[in-house]
Design a protein around this ligand. Structure first.
Ligand code: HEC
Length: 84
């Protein structure tokens, strides 16, 4: 899902000259930690961006993921965001 919707702007190849590389699990991980507050609830910044929540940069910028993709992401985060 990340490769379909995010790597277009956040892959190792694209971000060589700076920018956020989500293909790199360590940099992805920084955005998964549940310390971000948006819409009145704490959660991961990554997920808030995907929800287009208040206070977060909407990602992807030009459209919103469908609820199926968002559910998948939510499940993956709840299971501890394993590197799989
Ligand atoms: C059309 C290009 C584009 C796409 C597609 C895109 N992003 Fe971004 N994203 C950006 C830009 C530009 C920034 C701001 C500069 C940067 O950090 O690279 C950004 C920043 C971010 C940030 C940092 C937000 C912050 O406040 O620090 C996160 C997290 C993020 N994107 C996640 C995602 C996720 C997850 C996806 C896929 C669901 C995605 N992006 C898809 C262009 C994109």
């Amino acid at each position: 899902m990340l490769s379909a919707h995010c790597y277009g702007c956040h892959s190792t190849a694209v971000t060589q000259n700076g920018g956020l590389d989500l293909e790199d699990f360590n940099s992805l991980k920084q955005y998964i930690i549940n310390d971000f507050r948006g819409d009145g609830i704490y959660g991961s910044k990554l997920y808030h961006c995907m929800l287009h929540a208040a206070n977060a940069l909407p990602m992807p910028p030009d459209y919103k993921l469908d609820s199926c993709d968002l559910n998948k992401m939510h499940t993956w985060l709840r299971e501890g965001a394993k590197n799989n």
